[in-house]
Design a protein around this ligand. Structure first.
Ligand code: ZN
Length: 1107
């Protein structure tokens, strides 16, 4: 044994040894050819060549037995090695030799076929090789003559199945009546020869890889045959002994329905009904769960596509863009491809599409290192000097302590007190009803499919009424009830006839009394201020109504909310009530249409982004007129993302007005039986080949006659931001904190895009102090470029509140840096409830390379401001753009690194001489230690071509900001750290915003700015608290989505039911009709175990054996 130690190992040496041991069981006839090849080939080749040349049964059996033993013990590596050495050809030659005789010797043929199936299964070219060897029709012929011998039949069928990996081979078999021969081998329910029956179904299924065979199978009505067979086996297999057969039949049907004719045949033969019924019974048994998925796949595949019940695929909102002469049908212009809309999130898909992803990496060194020419002339940049007031402000007020800092406090607060909701509602309602550009109103209705006439509500039920907040009448009635006022119905009617002035007065007092009585009392929130701010917000539909949660405010609920468990979908409950009422005409609202499809079930359709026909995902709407304790089912049927965290424990959020008035003003994660899956809807006009997905969930409301709000994630409106900034400004001590809010620019719809400066005021007006202040490095933070990512705003809220706080770290950060914050890069999108885009239906985070000053003003000016900082020598030390991520857990950063990009791409560029500051890793490394939701393992620092126009890449490349990041925040929760298994709420989002600030301390060291020892201790304290964070980088981010298999169209495989294990069971199996087998088995046994294993070790190179 030691002779063949690794150092001395050679193939010749092995062969010599093999030669010696081989003589023990090989007859004389085999030897000459073996020695002939001794000098130049491997032991395996010798064995294969012998197989083709020896003529006696005993030697052949011995060789087959050795080969089989070798392959069954090893891994696929051995089989691939054998294929490389001509194993497939050798086996095919032997098959033709032994199969072509008048009376074939099945003692040899059966093990030969088994081996061929095993090897051929791994050989992609086996079909072609079999055709060349003339083995295809030979095998089919053997099959035809052995219909009565189960073992022989099975062996032939496996080989045929394997041959069908080639389309031309499958067609050849089909042309020679292979389908009919095999179909006749599939009997009604029986308990005998199950392996042969399964082999027949699988072989039939394999033949259906070609169009011609599918057509032939459909025209011969095999689909109805298979449906009939499935029903028969399903109804009689009471002991569940033939689950694999039933599964195989379903997979066969899946293949057969690959053609339109196949799907039509399936439908007309009652396939849907049959599979629906059988799947129902399968749901009741754990054993049969594996049949549910292929059944559902089949049903969904064959269901005819249904156009969405909307009049147009275009958004209900359209906006006339500047520079556009007249209204153009935006549907004519190609929409941005849907994969681009998902592009940000596709950043995590590189595992799945490694090749594509690597192709996307930027490998052009010039593009990685050299900034392109600026997109505008230098002269245009001086206008941005006004956004650095800290550089010119003289801080005179520091000398006059009595004077309040004029520039750092609100310019005017008189408007804060006025409640301005006095838009002429009668007029707007009327104009809307007749408006054609605003089609949403005519569609804002509840129609009915299953309940004729019963559920039809008039849109005007909602809109003709005005109320204190402009919320629905249900709410008004309820609020009055809560306030003990008499006869709410009467008051309602009266009020509608009241004149605006009186009404306004009435509203004003009722808000006062409501607040007096229930007192919202939420920190950093003031309902009246919110009203005042919201009245100035400009929306396309001209919203005049506030959503209650935005007005009243939200407090995170006490305690954490675990991710939702997933249970099988079962619900039924009878109870009488009216239909739910839906409403979404308020800021950030998104719901286009609700259709009652069952008594307690509604299909909900979302509105595409303005001027576009896609990007539906975000929703936020009001629902009322509910009964308590009834499970209502909601199906959002036109989502666009292919998978969602809703499949992994994420829940929608709910806000109850009744609960709020009882002192619990919380958005709560809620909903049961949540599932996200592909559906069979298609666009109404069918222009795009869009696939829609359904988000389904059940909500059981706690109170009857409540008014509730449901949203994709915690809403955060533009008005909330503006109100919040005002409150923050008032909260800071102007002598200490320099807080200045300015308008960066006006948006397309005429809203102001705020830019906020936060830093510490100088200690005094002395030159030294002013100089220190004016030399602080800059940090630029932006957020909410994607309106659907409301979590980004909550994280930004945490950052802003922290930076304005009296916290020791915050104070030091203000002394160390000047913060420039643009908290909402896409106000118009947020206001109008879009998911991804701005009003021009463009993803603003793809406009950074050459932003259009007219069409993308916020990006154009943010970039201009960054250019300005650049030319005055104040390039920011950190730039970070906050986002939300719907497909991953935890929080993580995307950054930019030349070296990591080149390494990952496998680029030939020599990176040895390339200098790169590793400082881009400091902040993520720090966050990993101190922020509970953050995970360094999810970060990456690769520069992709498809992201070349994103904020992160442009700021890094064009402005030379080393630490330029995208901060991705989960919508769901964490799978590591102290929040593992919990959903991320507003509190955790805000905490993340605060922790991000903490991590900035790590940058102060590099810039040699004052760095107090106390602060390091502060951070370290957190570090110790959180150091028990788990760091398992091998833990998969997500289990594969159960539905994902279906999207690819393949049949899910049944565990432990693959070809190899079937063949193995056939070999061990002794049938009455194959008595020779026992003799052969005896032969095998006669070769001693030790002999075999020693050969095995020497036939394969060590590396393949190890695998
Ligand atoms: Zn985003």
């Amino acid at each position: 044994m030691s002779v063949y130690g690794q150092n001395h190992f050679t193939w010749n040496g092995t062969l010599r040894d093999l030669h010696g041991s081989y003589t023990g069981f090989c007859t004389g006839r085999g030897r000459p050819s073996m020695t002939a090849t001794l000098s130049s080939s491997s032991g395996l080749e010798v064995l294969l060549s012998t197989l083709q040349n020896v003529g006696d049964v005993e030697s052949t059996l011995n060789i087959l037995s050795v080969l089989d033993e070798l392959l069954s013990a090893g891994t696929d590596g051995r089989i691939h090695y054998m294929i490389k050495k001509g194993g497939s050809e050798a086996l095919l030659t032997a098959l033709v030799k032994y199969g072509h005789t008048f009376s074939p010797n099945y003692t040899i043929l059966i093990p030969l076929l088994h081996l061929l199936a095993k090897v051929g299964h791994k050989d992609r070219r086996i079909g072609m090789k079999a055709e060349e060897a003339g083995a295809v029709l030979l095998t089919l012929n053997l099959l035809k003559h052995n219909g009565q011998h189960a073992r022989r039949t099975a062996a032939c069928l496996w080989v045929i199945q394997v041959f069908c990996s080639s389309v031309s081979t499958a067609n050849l078999i089909g042309e020679n009546h292979g389908l009919d021969v095999i179909y006749r081998l599939i009997p009604q329910y029986t308990t005998k020869h199950l392996h042969a029956i399964k082999a027949a179904i699988n072989a039939f299924s394999a033949l259906l890889c070609t169009k011609a065979n599918v057509c032939s199978a459909v025209s011969k009505e095999y689909i109805s045959g298979f449906l009939w067979l499935y029903e028969d086996w399903h109804s009689k297999d009471n002991q569940d002994v033939a689950i694999a057969i039933r599964h195989a039949l379903l997979c066969c049907l899946l293949k057969a329905t690959d053609s339109t004719a196949g799907r039509q045949a399936f439908l007309s033969q009652g396939g849907i009904r049959l599979l629906y019924q059988t799947a129902q019974t399968c749901l009741l048994s754990k054993n049969l769960e594996c049949l549910v998925e292929p059944s559902v796949q089949l049903m969904r595949k064959c269901l005819p596509r249904i156009p969405l019940p909307v009049t147009s695929d275009q958004s209900a909102y359209s906006f006339l863009l500047p520079g556009t002469p007249a209204f153009t049908d935006v549907s004519e212009t190609p929409d941005e491809s849907s994969d681009e809309s998902d592009a940000e999130e596709a950043e995590d898909n590189h595992e799945a599409n490694n090749r594509d992803y690597d192709d996307d990496l930027e490998t052009d060194l010039n593009k990685l290192r050299l900034p392109p020419d600026p997109d505008r002339p230098k002269e245009l940049l001086t206008q941005y000097s006004c956004f650095c007031p800290e550089l010119s402000h003289d801080f005179q007020e520091l000398d006059l302590s009595s004077e309040t800092g004029d520039s750092s406090t609100a310019s005017s607060s008189s408007d804060d007190e006025v409640v301005l909701l006095n838009k002429d509602r009668t007029k707007t309602t009327a104009s809307r009803d007749s408006s054609t550009s605003d089609g949403s109103y005519s569609e804002m209705e509840i129609s009915s499919r299953d309940m004729p006439a019963a559920a039809h509500l008039e849109a005007c039920d909602f809109h003709s009424h005005s109320s204190i907040l402009g919320t629905s009448p249900g709410f008004r009635t309820m609020v009055r009830g809560a306030m003990g006022e008499a006869s709410p119905c009467q008051r309602e009617d009266e009020q509608d006839n009241e004149e605006d002035g009186t009404e306004e007065f009435y509203h004003h007092t009722i808000i006062d009394r409501l607040l007096e009585r229930h007192g919202a009392g939420i920190p950093h929130h003031d309902p009246k201020l919110y009203c005042a701010v919201a009245s100035k917000t400009k929306s396309i539909p001209d919203f005049s109504i506030l959503a209650f949660p935005d007005f009243w405010g939200h407090l995170p609920p006490p305690g954490h909310q675990p991710m939702a468990p997933r249970k099988p979908n079962i619900q039924s409950l009878q109870c009488h009530s009216d239909s739910l009422r839906f409403f979404s005409k308020f800021e950030s609202g998104n719901l286009r249409k609700a259709v009652q499809v069952r008594r307690y079930e509604y299909d909900l359709i979302l509105n595409p982004d303005v001027n576009s026909s896609q990007h539906t995902q975000w929703f936020y709407f009001e629902v009322s007129n509910m009964a308590a304790d009834v499970p209502y089912r909601f199906n959002v049927i036109n989502c666009e993302k292919s998978n969602s965290q809703f499949n992994y424990g994420m829940q929608p959020v709910l806000y109850s007005v009744k609960e709020a008035l009882e002192g619990r003003p919380h958005w709560i994660s809620t909903g049961t039986e949540i599932c996200y899956f592909r559906n069979n809807f298609c666009p109404a006009q069918g222009r795009r080949r869009t696939t829609f997905y359904t988000l389904t969930f059940t909500i059981t409301f706690k109170h009857s006659e409540d008014v509730c709000y449901l949203a994709y994630h915690y809403p955060y409106t533009y008005s909330a931001l503006m109100a919040h900034l005002k409150i923050l400004q008032k909260s800071v001590d102007p002598a200490k904190v320099f807080f200045k809010q300015q308008t960066l620019c006006s948006t397309l719809a005429g809203n102001s895009c705020p830019i906020v400066t936060i830093t510490a005021c100088p200690v005094s007006r002395r030159w030294k102090d002013l100089h220190q202040m004016r030399n602080r490095p800059y940090i630029v933070l932006t957020s909410r470029v994607h309106p659907g990512e409301s979590n980004a705003s909550w994280v930004m809220k945490g950052t802003l509140e922290f930076l304005c706080s009296n916290d020791l770290v915050a104070q030091s950060l203000r002394e160390a840096f000047v913060f420039k914050i643009i908290p909402m890069l896409n106000p118009d999108g947020v206001i109008n409830g879009t998911n991804r885009c701005d009003l021009n239906s463009k993803d603003l985070n793809r406009q950074w390379s050459k932003p259009d000053p007219l069409l993308s003003p916020t990006i154009y000016h943010t970039k201009g401001f960054l250019y300005y900082l650049n030319i005055i020598g104040r390039t920011p030390v950190v730039f970070c753009d906050y986002h939300g991520h719907s497909r991953k857990k935890n929080v993580f950063l995307y950054g930019c690194s030349i070296k990591e990009t080149l390494w990952q791409s496998g680029s030939a560029v020599d990176t040895v001489g390339l200098k790169e500051d590793p400082g881009y890793r400091t902040i993520p490394k720090t966050l990993d230690r101190i922020a509970p939701t953050f995970s360094f393992n999810s970060c990456n620092f690769l520069v992709e071509k498809s992201r070349s126009a994103t904020a992160r890449v442009v700021v890094w490349r064009e402005m030379g900001v080393l630490r330029s990041y995208t901060l991705e925040n989960t919508y769901n929760g964490c799978n590591q750290g102290i929040y593992k298994g919990l959903q991320t709420g507003t509190q955790e989002h805000q905490e993340m915003g605060m922790k991000f600030c903490h991590s900035l301390l790590s940058v102060t060291k590099d810039t040699r700015i004052l760095y107090s020892r106390k602060l390091i201790n502060h951070i370290d304290l957190d570090h110790n608290m959180l150091d028990h964070k788990s760091h398992n980088c091998f833990e998969d981010d997500e289990p594969p989505c159960a539905e994902e298999i279906e999207y690819s169209g393949g049949c899910p495989t049944l565990k432990g039911s693959d070809l190899d294990s079937d063949i193995d069971s056939n070999m061990a199996h002794v049938d009455d009709d194959d008595k020779e087998h026992s003799a052969q088995k005896h032969q095998q046994d006669s070769i001693s175990q030790s002999q075999q294993s020693s050969i095995k070790n020497h036939l394969f190179p060590p590396q393949t054996a190890i695998r």
